[in-house]
Design a binder for this molecule. Structure first.
Ligand code: ADP
Length: 618
């Protein structure tokens, strides 16, 4: 029984042991801690950025979770032994249950505080000093188990910046804290005097802000204002340094050289600026190395890379500063963005729209050109066809033309023979001779007209559009065909409208179209008895803006289902037909913006209508 009880006990112990091991494993090692002690107020932008830098370093470098505590000592605004004693009591109570692994001390006041009181609260914690100048006085403050990263704007750097901005500098005006902190600012005045013996120094540090504002408004040329951070003025009024500086800048008539990144944009032209975020990051990185096991003594204090020449582009412009004079590696902020950078998207959209538009115009121009070329080609083809058609018609008509020419030629011959006879007489009647010669001249003109008409008919004129009298145009066609009509015993009748009808077009082409219709009409009546062979040409106005030519015949009419087909090229019902007359007429009329159609008249025969826009209606 005892043996069993012993075994159970052993089992319980083992179980508890394994459980506690698991608990430890779940809890993990204790989290590491950094305490940041700042000399001033955490809420000022400069210290806020330092703290942000420390936090960023802890986040990036830590192998384990690190908690960061922060305390603003604010000793400048709250001096005196009583406050310090109460502060010590407060910190002791507050951190009694919170062991601190590393202290990051920011600023000289904080270093001094640790030198006085660290032993009482955190005797074993190593210290990283940040935002302290590399001066023997500062190093004297460092405790044994510590290291440091220095940060300081040297007076020589302030002068370099001042000279870059005011090349012929003769006077510097010092504006800032009442130099209560000799380790940070105490050397400035002597340093400036030493750096440039012939430089005049006006020291307004520690003056009342009101007076400073008054004085900086009337500074001589060739001077520059050098500033440090002003936390309080000679009256003991506390300020946020950036706000105090902005008030100085409101009145200043000379450029202001500043020392902190957090002032740029609010006051001052720029200078060698402390970069608080980097100051914090550098100190934070040191703290993390110590947390990871490095001994502080093994890390020698070193100068950080936390000061950089930075300038405000707008202020540089205001003071006409030549940018090439600025210290090498200077950064220029607040540059006005270039037009391209400012309107990048606008420009891109406008450019795209213009490009698309240009493309569309190009495409449209190309299409227009192609269309134009096609139109010219079509016209050429049409003109060629018309020419062929005219030749065919002319061939058919050669007989009647010969007849028409015969008349005047025969008359000329008779007149000439008569004149010869008269001249044989001893006293010839000269009046008679003159008369005969007049006749000969008239007949000759008639013959020339006939030939001229034929020539112009056969000639392939380039298309030209002129305003013309439609009645006269149709009349000429009928006159031209009158001989042929006579030979075939066809009666040609014209019924012109009483009003003048003017259309715009190519006379030869329009006459060609009408001629084809009349010739077809003559063909259609050819087989009829003599008294029924008739073709009538009529012109009229329709709808107020159209001219209509109708060619009607007394033939058998058009086959009912072919009324539209007859206009197709090579459609013919004639043994010798070519089938192009109507298709040419159709092409010509359409090219003139008109319409051509055919129908059968109720009383028999076919009627072809051509409608054309009136010249005035175009
Ligand atoms: P073609 O006269 O050489 O046949 P067209 O193109 O001038 O060529 O005419 C085509 C066809 O239209 C003719 O063959 C004919 O059948 C018909 N046609 C044309 N005009 C008339 C008309 N006045 N009366 C009846 N049919 C016609």
């Amino acid at each position: 029984m005892r043996v069993i009880a012993g075994l159970v006990r052993i089992l319980i112990v083992c179980l508890l042991a394994s459980l506690s091991r698991e608990c430890i494993a779940a809890d993990g090692p204790r989290q590491r801690s950094i305490l940041v002690l700042e000399e001033a107020d955490f809420r000022s932008p400069f210290y806020l950025e330092i703290f942000a830098g420390i936090r960023a370093a802890a986040k990036r470098n830590g192998n384990a979770h690190t908690v960061i505590f922060g305390e603003s000592l604010d000793l400048a605004r709250f001096p005196g032994q009583d406050y310090e004693e109460s502060l010590i009591g407060h910190l002791k109570t507050k951190y009694a249950q919170r062991p601190i692994d590393v202290i990051v001390s920011i600023g000289v006041s904080s270093a001094k505080f640790l030198q006085r009181r660290k032993q009482e609260i955190w005797p074993a914690a190593p210290v990283v000093y940040g935002f302290v100048p590399d001066l023997p006085e500062t190093r004297a403050l460092f405790l044994p188990n510590s290291t440091a990263v220095f940060a300081r704007v040297r007076p020589a750097q302030l002068l370099t910046a001042a000279r870059a901005v005011v090349p012929d500098l003769t006077r510097v005006v010092l504006v800032g804290e009442a130099w209560k902190n000799p380790l940070t600012y105490g050397h400035w005045k002597q340093d400036f005097a030493a750096a440039m013996p012939d430089l005049e120094v006006t020291d307004l540090s520690g003056a009342v802000l009101r007076d400073v504002r008054k004085q900086v408004a009337a500074l001589p040329d060739r001077s520059a204002i050098l500033t440090s951070a002003m936390y309080s003025d000679g009256e003991g009024t506390y300020y946020s340094p950036a706000a105090a500086l902005a008030r100085v800048a409101e009145n200043a008539n000379r450029p202001i050289i500043i020392t902190s990144d957090t002032f740029l944009g609010r006051a001052g032209v720029g200078g060698f600026l402390l970069l608080p975020e980097i100051i914090g990051r550098e100190a934070g990185e040191l703290a993390m190395r110590i947390l990871d096991g490095e001994s502080p003594q093994s890390i020698a204090p070193f100068g950080g890379n936390n000061v950089k020449p930075v300038f405000d582009s707008r202020e540089l412009k205001r003071w006409n500063v030549d940018e090439t004079n600025l210290p090498p590696g200077s950064e220029i902020r607040f540059r006005e963005p270039s037009f391209w950078a400012q309107y990048y998207w606008h420009s891109l959209i406008v450019a795209s729209v213009m490009l698309v538009q240009a493309l569309m115009i190009t495409v449209l121009l190309r299409e227009r050109r192609l269309r134009f070329v096609a139109e010219v080609e079509a016209r050429q083809r049409m003109s060629e066809l018309a020419h062929m058609n005219r030749r065919a018609t002319a061939g058919e008509m050669s007989v009647s033309l010969a007849h028409e020419l015969n008349q005047p030629l025969a008359a000329i011959l008779i007149n000439a023979e008569t004149a010869q006879q008269i001249l044989k007489h001893p006293t010839p009647d000269l009046r008679e001779i003159k008369d005969i010669l007049d006749h000969i001249r008239r007949d000759d003109q008639r013959a020339a007209e006939v030939i001229g008409r034929l020539r112009s008919f056969l000639k392939r004129d380039p298309t030209e559009r002129r305003e013309l009298d439609l009645n006269a145009t149709v009349g000429e066609v009928f006159r031209f065909l009158s001989v042929q009509a006579l030979t075939h015993d066809v009666e040609l009748v014209t019924q012109p409208s009483s009003a003048e009808i003017r259309v715009k077009g190519d006379k030869v082409q329009l006459q060609q179209a009408i001629l084809n219709l009349v010739v077809n009409g003559m063909d259609a009546v050819a087989h009829l008895p003599d008294d029924r062979r008739r073709v009538v040409g009529r012109t009229s106005l329709a709808d107020g803006n159209l001219a209509v030519v109708s060619i009607a015949d007394t033939g058998d009419g058009i086959l009912a289902d072919k009324v539209t087909e007859i206009f197709k090229p090579f459609f013919t019902t004639k043994a010798q037909g070519m089938g192009i007359g109507l298709s040419i007429a159709h092409t010509i009329i359409e090219a003139h913006g008109g319409r051509i159609w055919a129908e059968n008249a109720p009383g028999g025969g076919a009627v072809f209508h051509v409608s054309l826009p009136l010249a005035a209606a175009r």
